[in-house]
Design a protein around this ligand. Structure first.
Ligand SMILES: Cc1ncc(COP(=O)(O)O)c(C=O)c1O
Length: 365
């Protein structure tokens, strides 16, 4: 049996009629930019997240850049972020002219460690980006405490945690500002690139909207020099449909991960989940010192896996000039050597999950 890592086709087929209708509706009206679907998306996503405002954006990297620019973060400023994350988190900082400063993660959860954030702060720190990796919200309160009285903004990168919960609050409702990516493989994935920013701060929201749309106040009147980072209307129409199914899909992911855990926790180490969060299981990540062999064995048995992520950001060639060395962030380095992600998507059948479990067991046998 061939097991894909994710199955976007199965997801599309499960809601094909709704999606096809939504697409042809936009296409027939040729309402591609700033249409009613985008307005609907922004209203509904803000509501679902429990936030006051939502701005649709072109992707998750753009969302982070817009947030940093709206906070006037630029050259001479530092922004603390995890090293164990996708590169976009740090790229956005660099793209704004600021300097990323990497903080190590917790060993169990792989999420940014507030104590390490504290150590990374300097007089130039303007913000901290916390990342809800693998679907689990990072400890926002602990980071807030670490930056208390310092005029430092805590930004949440929720690219992987659509509708996850932190201390019974939905992601997007409690941080100053939260960034989302709707890259196709995310829990709620667009049919291309898309993202969003949510916040309860109306001024910040207005600035982000303006920046994302050429800084315009009327069609050809531009108050600030912005960029083009809008969500297009076709993506908004698709996400409006997907939004209705997201909670159910998240629940299915949780069930599959639970099944993996019950069957495999004496063979591999699962990423810890804090008692005060409810993960949306974007990825099912396990740790094993036998990663390379296990991946090879699974590949030979037609089970696809992933590695999120194999190189910590402080060791990436792209950030060489920041001057980090091997050994600087030991937990991020160790985790990046051991993590691997098992196939996981809401439409995964019991037979598919059982097959993956059997193959992992077979390897350890
Ligand atoms: C943690 C994290 N941050 C940011 C991004 C960037 O999002 P995008 O690919 O939509 O630019 C991603 C995903 O791709 C991500 O996983």
């Amino acid at each position: 049996m061939k097991i894909p890592f994710v199955d976007l086709k199965a997801n599309y087929l499960s809601i094909k009629d709704e999606i096809d209708n939504a697409i042809s509706n936009v296409v027939n009206r040729t309402a591609f930019i700033k249409g009613k679907e985008l307005e609907q998306f922004e209203k509904n996503w803000a509501e679902m997240c429990g936030a006051g405002f939502c701005a649709g954006t072109s992707n998750g990297t753009a969302s982070l850049e817009l947030i940093l620019r709206s906070l006037n973060i630029g050259p001479g400023d530092e922004v603390v972020c995890p090293s164990h994350t996708f590169i976009a988190t740090a790229e956005a900082i660099v793209n704004c002219g600021a300097k990323p400063v990497f903080a190590d993660c917790h060993d169990g959860t792989a999420l940014i460690d507030a104590n390490e954030v504290r150590k990374a702060l300097t007089g130039r720190t303007k913000a901290v980006i916390i990342v809800d990796l693998y679907g689990q919200p990072a400890d926002h309160d602990a980071v807030l405490e670490a930056v208390a009285d310092k005029n430092i903004t805590v930004i949440q990168d929720a690219a992987q945690s659509h509708l996850a919960e932190y201390k019974k609050k939905t992601v997007g409702s409690y941080a100053k500002v939260t960034s989302f990516s709707f890259y196709p493989g995310k829990n709620m994935g667009a049919f291309g690139d898309a993202g969003a920013v949510v916040t309860n701060d109306e001024e910040l929201f207005k600035k982000i909207k303006m920046l994302s749309d050429h800084g315009r106040i009327t069609k050809y009147e531009h108050l600030i020099s912005g960029t083009n980072a809008r969500m297009d209307n076709l993506q908004a129409a698709i996400l409006n449909i997907k939004m209705k199914h997201l909670s159910e899909w998240n629940e299915k992911r949780r069930k599959i991960v639970k099944k993996y855990k019950n069957a495999l926790e004496d063979r591999v180490t699962f990423i810890d989940e804090e008692s005060f969060v409810r993960s949306v299981c974007h990825l099912c990540v396990v740790r094993t010192p036998y990663r390379k062999d296990l991946i090879k064995f699974l590949e030979e048995h037609e089970v696809s896996t992933g590695i999120h992520y194999p190189i910590p950001l402080h060791m990436q060639p792209a950030f060489k000039e920041l001057g980090y060395n091997a050994g600087d962030l030991p937990r991020s380095e160790k985790i990046s050597e051991e993590v691997m992600s098992l196939p996981l998507f809401p439409e995964m059948t019991a037979e598919q999950t059982d097959f993956v479990i059997d193959q992992v067991k077979e390897y350890f046998r």
